[in-house]
Design a protein around this ligand. Structure first.
Ligand SMILES: [Zn+2]
Length: 382
C-alpha cells in the first residue's frame, strides 16, 4: 500500500514581499517545525517536486504572462516593470519581488506532482501546503496568487483521462480563479465556501453563479454571512457537499484549505475555530474515500496568522491526508520557540477553546436562507 506524500515546502524557493505584506514568506516554517515536533511525517513521505515547466504552466496560463514573470526574474528592466499592471503585478496585493517566477513555478510543480503521484497510485493522498493559489487567472496575477497550481493539477487529471474532478475551496475568499478557468467545463465541479461577496473581496461567488454554457451547474457557491460560526458552516458544508458528490460522482478530489475563515484572521470576518479546519480535512478524506477511491490532493491557501493558526490548521490537513491521529496538545518546546514571535496569545491545544461571537445568530439565519436558495436552484441539489 502506498503511503501519503507531503511537499517539502522548506526545500522550495520563496520570495519576500516585505514585512508589511500579509503573505509572510516564513509562513511554512512554524508548520514544518510543528509537524517535526510531533513526529508526524516519515522521512520517505516528504518530497521535493520539480518546478512546473513553461509547457506545463501554459496549459492554464497565457504564454505572455509566463514570459513576463520569467523575464521579471531574469532581466527586470524599467520598461518591463511599467507593463506590470497589465499582468496584475506591481500592485499593493502583488508587489514585484526577486525570484517570483521560480518560487511560483515551484509551488505549482508541487500540486502537479501530488496529482501525478495520486493518479499513478504512488501516494494514497498528497498535500502541498505551498499550493492553493486560487485567485490566479490565466493572464494575470491576483490576490497574492501568481500561478494557479490547482487548475494545473485539474488539467493534468483531465489530460490523463479522468472524466470528473471535484474541487472544494474552504478559503474565506471566493475561489474565483479556479471557478473562472473551468466555468464552461462540465467535467470539473468547483465548490467554494466563502464570506459573502457583499462584504468580502473578490466580491464574486453568489449562489446564482453556477457556471456557463456546457458548464452550467458545475460551479457551486456557498456565500456565508459575516460572523458565521462553526455549527452553521459545518452543517451546510456537509449537507451540500454530500448531496453534490452523490450526483456529480467525481473520480478525484482537489481541496484548498485556506485557514483565513478563522475568527482571528485579519483579512476577513468569519468566526470559525480550528475545529472547522479539522472538520474540513476529515470531510474531504471521507468524500474522497466514498467517491474517488481515496484519490485526493490537498493544498494550503490563504491564512494570515502564520504562527497562531496556520501550523495547527495544516497539521490537521496533513493528519487527515496521512490518516494519522491529531495530537491534542501542542508540544511545549514548539510553543516556547514560537510564542515570542506570535502576535497575541499562542494556543497550547490544536482545538481552540470554545468562544462566543456577537452576531453569530443573525449569521446562522442568513446562512439557512442561503442553503434554501441553493437547494431550490442548483441542479446538483434540486
Ligand atoms: Zn483567502
Amino acid at each position: 500500500m502506498p503511503g501519503p506524500l507531503l511537499v517539502d515546502a522548506l526545500a522550495l524557493p520563496r520570495y519576500d514581499l516585505g514585512v508589511d505584506h500579509p503573505f509572510a514568506n516564513f509562513r511554512q516554517e512554524p508548520l514544518f517545525d510543528l509537524l517535526a515536533s510531533h513526529r508526524l511525517v516519515g522521512a520517505t513521505e516528504r518530497f521535493v517536486p520539480p518546478p512546473a515547466t513553461v509547457a506545463e504552466l501554459t496549459t492554464v496560463h497565457t504564454a505572455d504572462f509566463v514570459e513576463f514573470l520569467q523575464a521579471l526574474d531574469t532581466r527586470p528592466t524599467r520598461e518591463l516593470i511599467r507593463h506590470a499592471p497589465l499582468f496584475g503585478m506591481g500592485t499593493a496585493d502583488n508587489p514585484i519581488a526577486p525570484g517570483q517566477h521560480a518560487a511560483a513555478a515551484a509551488a505549482a510543480g508541487g500540486t502537479l506532482a501530488c496529482m501525478r503521484a495520486v493518479l499513478r497510485g504512488e501516494a494514497s493522498a498528497a498535500f502541498n501546503p505551498t499550493g492553493g493559489l486560487h485567485h490566479a487567472m490565466p493572464g494575470s496575477a491576483s490576490g497574492f496568487c501568481l500561478y494557479n497550481d490547482l487548475a494545473l493539477a485539474i488539467v493534468e487529471a483531465l489530460a490523463q483521462g479522468i472524466e470528473r474532478v471535484a474541487y472544494i475551496d474552504f478559503d474565506v475568499h471566493h475561489g474565483d480563479g479556479v471557478e473562472w478557468i473551468f466555468r464552461e467545463d462540465p467535467r470539473v465541479l468547483t465548490v467554494s465556501l466563502h464570506e459573502t461577496p457583499d462584504r468580502r473581496w473578490p466580491f464574486t461567488g453568489r449562489v446564482g453563479d453556477m457556471g456557463r454554457g456546457r458548464g452550467e451547474g458545475s460551479a457551486l457557491n456557498l456565500p456565508f454571512a459575516s460572523r458565521t460560526t462553526d455549527e452553521s458552516w459545518q452543517t451546510i458544508a456537509r449537507t451540500v457537499l454530500e448531496a453534490a458528490f452523490e450526483k456529480f460522482r467525481p473520480q478525484v478530489l482537489v481541496t484548498q484549505h485556506g485557514c483565513d475563515p478563522h475568527f482571528s484572521d485579519p483579512l476577513a470576518d468569519l468566526c470559525l475555530t480550528t475545529a472547522s479546519f479539522d472538520f474540513a480535512a476529515q470531510l474531504s478524506r471521507e468524500l474522497a474515500a466514498n467517491h474517488c477511491e481515496g484519490r485526493w490532493v490537498a493544498t494550503g491557501g490563504g491564512g494570515y496568522q502564520p504562527i497562531r493558526v496556520i501550523p495547527r490548521a495544516w497539521t490537521m490537513t496533513w493528519c487527515a491526508v496521512a490518516d494519522r491521529a491529531l495530537p491534542s496538545t501542542i508540544d511545549p518546546q514548539w510553543h516556547a520557540r514560537w510564542s515570542d514571535r506570535a502576535a497575541g496569545d499562542l494556543a497550547t491545544t490544536f482545538l481552540d477553546a470554545e468562544q462566543e461571537f456577537a452576531g453569530s445568530e443573525a449569521a446562522a439565519i442568513a446562512n439557512a436562507a442561503m442553503l434554501e436558495e441553493v437547494r431550490r436552484t442548483h441542479p446538483l441539489l434540486r
